[in-house]
Design a protein around this ligand. Structure first.
Ligand SMILES: [Zn+2]
Length: 259
């Protein structure tokens, strides 16, 4: 007899480009972070994964708001998309679903880590989107403290320059992918050697275009993502992981997966 343990918590995944591939990468990085950085006892099979693309069948506007971060666009045409997106965030954060639910939203910093103060994606999300989500939660009758608790269930995944900056931390595998991909003699191994600074790859501008295989092996690299090495670079990945390590609500939810 097989016994399938029911989920005890859920995470909603919002990938930057709304694609299945980017959500799978996000899922893998988040699960590895839970186990290797937040709570080693986490039983990931008891976490229900809720990718946005599986849930937007009745509302195609949602995917269009997420695709290429078009929620940033203040123009009239994009507005109904953005309203759908804000409602989606407020619903997932504000409703009681019986088990704890967290929302993980990924968008790239699109900057070098040292230039993060000028990150447009982050600024626009914090200035334009988040207050509207908070407003909707208040309209549901939550007081300021309750709203703050709900908003703390939203986790931003913001790699600098982009997700590849984290995934390329697996240097040996990357060099292997390069050897099987580059048509001729490649500069990629030189890149991986030269750029292996204490900051990792957070300072490499437009990193995806620097290496021959670009984002082609993102999922493979996400599945072996070396959490400790990336954390030791003490840049955007550590910033993300610390967001989770310091969250008492998340600690409580992960604990429910133990049994
Ligand atoms: Zn190469």
């Amino acid at each position: 007899m097989t016994y399938l343990a029911p989920p005890t918590m859920a995470i909603v995944l919002i990938g930057e480009d709304g694609s299945k591939a980017s959500e799978a990468v996000l899922e893998s990085v988040i699960k590895r972070t839970f186990v290797h950085c937040v709570d080693t006892n986490t039983q990931t099979h008891r976490i229900e994964i809720r990718p946005l693309r599986d849930q937007n069948l009745g509302d195609p506007k949602l995917a269009s708001a997420v695709c290429a971060n078009s929620w940033k666009d203040r123009s009239r045409d994009a507005r109904s998309d953005v309203i759908s997106f804000i409602r989606y965030l407020a619903t997932n954060l504000g409703q009681d679903f019986g088990i704890p639910r967290f929302v993980f939203m990924h968008f790239d910093g699109d900057r070098q880590w040292s230039q993060r103060a000028s990150c447009e994606n982050l600024k626009k999300f914090l200035d334009d989107v988040l207050p509207k989500v908070a407003h909707l939660l208040k309209e549901k009758g939550l007081n300021d403290d309750a709203v703050a608790i709900r908003l703390a269930r939203l986790k931003l995944v913001v790699p600098f320059y982009s997700m590849e900056s984290w995934l390329y931390t697996s240097r040996a595998e990357c060099i292997g992918y390069c050897r099987s991909t580059c048509p001729g003699v490649a500069d990629c191994p030189t890149f991986f050697d030269a750029a292996q600074s204490p900051n990792g790859f957070d300072e490499v501008d437009a990193i995806k275009g620097v290496v021959c295989f670009g984002s082609r092996f993102n999922l493979e690299l996400a599945n072996i993502f070396p959490v400790a090495d990336a954390y030791d670079h003490n840049c955007s990945y550590a910033d993300f992981a610390n967001q989770l390590i310091g969250c008492t609500q998340l600690a409580g939810a992960l604990k429910t997966t133990w049994a």
